[in-house]
Ligand binder design. Structure first.
Ligand SMILES: Cc1cc2nc3c(=O)[nH]c(=O)nc-3n(C[C@H](O)[C@H](O)[C@H](O)COP(=O)(O)OP(=O)(O)OC[C@H]3O[C@@H](n4cnc5c(N)ncnc54)[C@H](O)[C@@H]3O)c2cc1C
Length: 381
């Protein structure tokens, strides 16, 4: 069988990770990014990665890269009631790490560095304008390049995605945005916290003891207000008025739950934010994508072990039927949790009752840790 060739379009976290992981198979990879890495605008976010996903990823990185990940052993959850914050649940499993947090810019840099060192990856800096899914090829002007598999990792707003997935999707748009920035401070914060505030959930994600990133999901009407003052005052209130905080530039990201019905056609597959978006409240978006990449790797590896080609095989079909239900369930579960904590007439009166003793239910806590670590189906095994 001739050497198989795949194409990965997009150099966000999905494309970079897919290229690095899949290049460990006996295949050639064309990795297409619209901008040169040096010209990329910075990504102000951080990503929290679950222990199983971290263990999987670190296999493909250098041991030196692990210093960029901040390991966390505890997670504390709070909710706001009558202007007070109640710590209603704490997660910990002794000395085990529950999360690894990394700045996206550092993450992309180390992934890119590893990709550059791979002999079977060819990096091409071009914007892909057209994908011919029928003939499994990419078109650059009049030239076409044929592949055994095309992965579109081009994010949620790329034009080629809207052409690809069409209008069939499940969407819940609460007209929210995520505010995020990096904060340095003079106290010690080594573990993440999630605050369910009246305006929306705010997560604190440390990248070391003196620096954290926050993600605050709020109504998009906030955009018209003085966001800097609002965030600054909120953080002061949460961390204590005596805490010195230095707030960097605040960035906003659109958020909604969106799940495309179609994300594969013939030998082309959409991976990452282009196929589905989950609410960032649980920090699960990229964790689901890592599991998708793991699964795709397994299916291709299995095919290759039987000497079967990738093109026109069952790989994409098997991938879609194994990952679609879990990703959809996850997205819906996150929405449900988010709705429960919103101030509303239905859940607000029962919130106290439900949350009062929740910290005592160890089974529930263990199950939540397992699910966010390994995913729903894997943790039920
Ligand atoms: C505020 C916030 C916080 C988050 N925190 C977490 C977290 O803690 N944990 C977690 O698991 N997830 C988190 N997520 C989700 C996670 O960040 C995303 O799922 C992930 O970054 C998606 O990456 P992507 O590569 O799919 O898309 P993108 O980052 O959008 O990348 C797409 C890339 O494709 C390139 N591209 C687009 N079109 C073309 C083209 N035509 N040709 C060539 N290249 C093209 C673009 O230049 C871009 O580089 C968070 C999301 C938000 C908004």
């Amino acid at each position: 069988m001739k050497k198989q060739k795949i194409c990965i379009i997009g150099d966000g976290l999905s494309g970079l990770t897919a290229a690095l992981v899949l290049s460990n198979l006996d295949i050639d990879v064309d990795f297409i990014a619209e901008n040169k890495q040096e010209k990329k605008s910075s990504d102000p976010r951080v990503t929290a990665i679950s222990p199983s996903n971290f263990k999987f990823l670190i296999n493909y990185l250098d041991i030196k890269d692990s210093k960029f990940f901040w390991p966390c052993k505890k997670i504390n959850l709070f909710y706001e009631k009558f202007n007070h914050l109640h710590n209603f649940i704490n997660f910990s499993e002794g000395s085990k790490n529950l999360l690894y947090i990394i700045k996206n810019d550092n993450f992309k840099k180390i992934l890119f560095r590893r990709i550059k060192g791979k002999k079977n990856i060819k990096i091409i800096n071009k914007e892909v304008k057209k994908v011919d899914t029928k003939n499994s090829c990419i078109l650059f002007g009049k030239k076409s390049y044929v592949y055994d598999l095309i992965l579109l990792c081009v994010g949620r707003s790329s034009k080629i995605i809207s052409d690809f997935v069409g209008k069939r999707y499940i969407q819940k748009d609460d007209k929210e945005i995520a505010l995020t920035s990096i904060v340095s401070h003079n106290i010690n914060i080594s573990d993440p916290r999630q605050y369910f505030l009246k305006e929306g959930p705010l997560a604190i994600l440390p990248v070391n003891e003196k620096i954290f990133s926050f993600v605050w999901s709020v109504s998009n009407k906030f955009q018209n207000k003085n966001i800097n003052d609002l965030v600054y005052n909120k953080l002061k209130k949460i961390l204590g008025n005596k805490t010195n905080i230095n707030l960097n530039k605040i960035f906003t990201f659109p958020i909604s739950f969106k799940f495309n019905s179609i994300f594969s056609k013939n030998n082309s597959l959409v991976l990452g934010d282009g196929s589905y978006n989950v609410h960032p409240v649980a920090g699960q978006g990229f964790n689901l994508i890592i599991r998708d990449i793991m699964k795709l790797f397994q299916f291709i590896e299995y095919n290759q072990s039987l000497g079967l080609p990738i093109r026109d095989s069952e790989i994409i079909k098997k991938f879609v039927s194994s990952r679609k239900p879990e990703n959809l369930l996850f997205g819906l579960g996150i929405n449900l949790t988010n709705s429960f904590f919103k101030q509303n007439k239905i859940t607000s009166p029962i919130k106290d009752f439900i949350l009062k003793d929740i910290n005592k239910f160890n089974f529930l806590k263990e199950m939540s840790i397992k699910i966010s670590d390994k995913g729903i189906f894997q943790s039920l095994k």
